[in-house]
Design a protein around this ligand. Structure first.
Ligand code: GLA
Length: 426
């Protein structure tokens, strides 16, 4: 009787393994063949800092010298990125957004930095940033003007690409305001991509092409991936839970279209991390960090690193969560299910590991428990025949070994997330 049970159990296990293999094969065969922009960059999502959400278009250096868009701000942030552990965990690109330019091009048609706010010019700033072991990002626009009304690159793509390369720029965020037509938008994004490549300098190309296409027609992501290293799909992030939720909702509604196209060299960009600012509670900051890791999103912080609380700093510098974001397999995660105001997300990782996030979307009451059956995770593979589970957020905790047929009960705070890493045990 005893041996019969053991045999049955082992046969069920074997069947589980065979099924799991079929799932794996299907999953791998289902992979997209989309070619990425061939510049060898962004093999994992870009990490760094971008000024827009926190500092916007503040050009009033007279009255607000510490928070206006100026050379001083970038020099200070560069210094901190290098000395406060940011660079060490991977935040490498220090990026300027809109409002750095002088209102006119120079006599040779080149863009120039506002001489009052950037007295040393961009080349000198780039040198300083490089001396700190960091890289410099800059901003321009495919249309006639930038979104804030500074000179656009239309008609100047080659000159601007060359200017940025001459200055030693390492990333270009190329916005899509003030375009006359969809053709102008598409031709412009492609033209700039080729122009950047022709400079011979390695410049990450960050696009907003699909965002500006969506209102007119559905973007061709296979094509976008051939020209851009990452691309914004949806509206600007704000410092609020409503904004984070709307980005997650948009992502889940479109996941069948956008998840397969992400991979080394080309990523969906759900916009900046606003952790460390004013609008998100502790739990909501955890949700943003966990879900940006699951989504294989560029991690571009927009906050004031000169004044950031220790909790936010520790969250942004969490090496285990960053490792999920930067996983070399480079597959974007997706929402697996939504029930009872909980969302379960999962992301396949290298070495057959998986990341799983449980989000509690209920905005009333206290922590709620959610029980998940492990057979349902990772296309039946994550825990087959067993796995080692580590909770990474809200706090790191080893949960131990689990069998395929077992389940896991978690407690999740309102608007918070529990992030897990599942590794194969045998
Ligand atoms: C657009 C972009 C933002 C920012 C601003 C700058 O709104 O989506 O990320 O770059 O322009 O004006």
């Amino acid at each position: 009787m005893m041996t019969a049970t053991v045999k049955l159990v082992s046969r069920v296990r074997r069947l589980g393994c065979v099924l799991a293999f079929c799932f794996l094969a299907l999953f791998l065969w289902g992979l997209p063949g989309a070619r990425a922009l061939d510049n060898g960059l962004a093999m994992t999502p870009t990490m760094g800092w971008l000024h827009w959400e926190r500092f916007m278009c503040n050009v009033n250096c007279q009255e607000e010298p510490d928070s206006c868009v100026s050379e001083k701000l970038f020099l200070q942030i560069a210094e901190i990125m290098a000395s406060d552990g940011w660079k060490d965990v991977g935040y490498e690109y220090l990026c300027i957004d809109d409002c750095w330019m002088a209102p006119e091009r120079d006599s040779e048609g080149r863009l120039q930095a506002d001489p009052k706010r950037f007295p040393g010019g961009i080349r000198r700033l780039a040198n300083y940033v490089h001396s700190k072991g960091l890289k410099l990002g800059i901003y321009a626009d495919v249309g006639n003007k930038t979104c804030a009304g500074f000179p656009g690159s239309f008609g100047y793509y080659d000159i601007d690409a060359k200017t940025f390369a001459d200055w030693g720029v390492d990333l270009l965020k190329f916005d899509g305001c003030y375009c006359d037509s969809i053709k102008h938008l598409a031709d412009g994004y492609k033209h700039m991509s080729l122009a950047l490549n022709r400079t011979g300098r390695s410049i990450v190309y960050s696009c907003e092409w699909p965002l500006y296409m969506w209102p007119i027609f559905k973007p061709n992501y296979t094509e976008i991936r051939e020209y851009c290293n990452h691309w914004r799909n949806f509206a600007d992030v704000y410092d609020s839970w409503q904004s984070i939720r709307s980005i997650l909702d948009w992502t889940t509604s479109n996941q069948e279209r956008i998840v397969p196209v992400a991979g080394p060299g080309g990523w969906n960009d759900p916009d900046m991390l606003v952790i460390g600012n004013f609008g998100l509670s502790r739990d909501q900051q955890i949700t943003q960090m966990a879900l940006w890791a699951i989504m294989a999103a560029p991690l571009l912080m927009s906050n004031d690193l000169r004044h950031i609380c220790l909790e936010a700093k520790a969250l942004l510098q969490d090496k285990d969560v960053i490792a999920i974001n930067q996983d070399p397999l480079g597959k974007q995660g997706y929402r697996l299910r939504k029930e009872d105001n909980f969302e379960v997300w999962e992301r396949p990782l290298s070495n057959l590991a998986w990341a799983v996030a449980m989000v509690n979307l209920q905005e009333i009451g206290g922590p709620r428990s959610y029980t998940i059956s492990l057979t349902s995770l990772g296309q039946g593979l994550a825990c087959n025949p067993d796995c080692l589970i580590t909770q990474l957020l809200p706090v790191k905790r080893k949960l131990g070994f689990y069998e395929w047929t077992s389940s896991l009960k978690t407690q999740v705070n309102p608007t918070g997330t529990v992030l897990l890493r599942l590794e194969r045990a045998s």
